[in-house]
Write a protein that binds this ligand. Sequence first.
Ligand code: F6R
Length: 643
Amino acid sequence: MSVQSLNYPSIAYREAGKFEEYRFEKIHNVIFESSEEASVIVAQEIADLIRSKQAKNKVCVLGLATGSSPIRVYEELVRMHKEQGLSFHNVITFNLDEYYPMKKDDQQSYHFFMHYHLFNHIDINPQNVHIPDGTIPQEELYQYCIDYEMRIKEVGGLDFQLLGIGRTGHIGFNEPGSHYNSSTRSITLDHITRIDASPSFLGINNVPRKAITMGIGSIKKAKRIVLLAWGSNKAHVIKNTIEGNITSEVPATYLQQHDNTTFVLDAGAAAELTRIKTPWLVTSCVWTENLKRKAIVWLCEKVNKPVLKLTDKDYNNHGMSGLLAEQGPAYDLNISMFNTLQHTITGWPGGKPNADDFNRPERALPVRKRVIIFSPHPDDDVISMGGTFDRLVEQGHEVHVAYQTSGNIAVSDEEALKYAEFSFEMTGQKDARLKSIIEALTHKYTSKDLDFEIRRIKGLIRRKESLGATRYIGLPDNQVHFLDLPFYETGTIKKNKLSDKDLTIMKTFVSEVKPHQIFAAGDLADPHGTHKICLDAVLETIKSLKGESFMKDCWLWLYRGAWHEWDTYEIEMAVPMSPDQVLKKRRAIFYHQSQKDGVMFQGDDEREFWVRVEDRTQDTAKKYNDLGLAEYAAMEAFKRYHF
Ligand code: F6R
């Protein structure tokens, strides 16, 4: 496979003779710790190409994508334009796709997206910008698509194509079933694609059913292709695309036939690749404690045995003979791993007073800790760690819950109407403001002022629900804090970046509490979304306060949001729950009534949040039990963030 671009660090790594690791892989790929770092390097490759074409007095033809994946690349190109004089005067662009039908000025249109993120900020000639037009009448669509394809040809073909990948394996909007030689055309969107797009359209019913997309054939003609994938949501499709067979069911696998493609991945998206997930199957490993834990837990699942029953043969047959030779026999490895796992279990998440804490996840002292539970939305606290929260309060710690955002956009208009009508009746039907809010909510119209008021009502609903839950757990109201971080308050799914205002609120709060323990939502692999921004806010805050004496003794524990759990090998503290505690947690979640019954932003998992988390905590308990440890009803899991 020839790879023209030498920008990517792992190419040098491969040249150093580490080919064996790539045994199952059919597409060149590079993995970065973060999407931030990766995006800067991709932008650099594009900028180098533009400049090299300029030096030769040639046009540079770029194929561009939308979606969350390329946003940071575009930001970096804009920065290079503004700060380093990178000019786009010789650039011609063709966007991959557009929803159909779709007006250009609609905020969900890819036309809007491209201008918002890139074209409005650079010196590209507007005539050189091509984005499929979602307003073309149906009867002209066929010819329009042929012309789009011809236009690419006329300017010499694509020099560079930037791609994202959908969970269906689509590139552009080439959904499963697309032909390897397809060209620009209209297409019906897959249901999964529509679900993924539904948050930005505020509900699946608003997502168009069709789109115009460049074809697989059009994309494959590009001289160079770079596909971006961020976050664990993409891990499965990335593994299937890179390691699977070419199939129209995963259209991105057609890229295996292109000889100058690089997939640029972050750690989350790469997590399922064989060389990352089970490196012992492809290469000899340096057996760190973490890798050993990962491998032995994997081996138990693979051979369906508890740790203490693993044999030398099991290790040898599954790529772990090196570990056996270094640290075996199996008997010794098994006992030591059993103890390691056992030591992660504790019913004392704030530390056990007057106990030897050498083998416990938390310190015994101070006996009464000040604890902050950061909850990105007003319900993640009880959903993700309701049992642990309850124990911390019961065991006498000074627990503070801080809701980082108002969570207002996840409340439906119907719910807001109910409360607006209630308040209107209770105040003698006199309040003109409430009357106009009721009118607006009933007849679905809005204005900037009313929008603000409606969001306020929605935020208040969530506040009162949260107080219901925290009171039920026994927390005094003065230990419940609503931070309402400003980055969230856009009224749409798209959030602002973290600003100094957000960080000042966070810092002031943490400095007042002076915590010994912080719990935060650790959706590390999620490249976008509120949870990731909220975690960034916590990490930034801790970093900027690290000089303070109280921070020297502060530990950070990460829980996972409603969507995923830590892998068993990653868990550093597992808090068991009795059947009664499971019930208590369920009741605490029930206080968040606006989030029940087919709430917005639920994704394609139709189970209500309390069902998901009960399944999840039972599953964690079962996995521990399958490894040969004690059987509990449920377990909440945490991973410590080591600074
Ligand atoms: C967008 C496009 C799509 C996206 C894909 C991933 O122009 O063609 O194929 O690249 O749906 O979207 P994100 O990046 O939002 O996960």
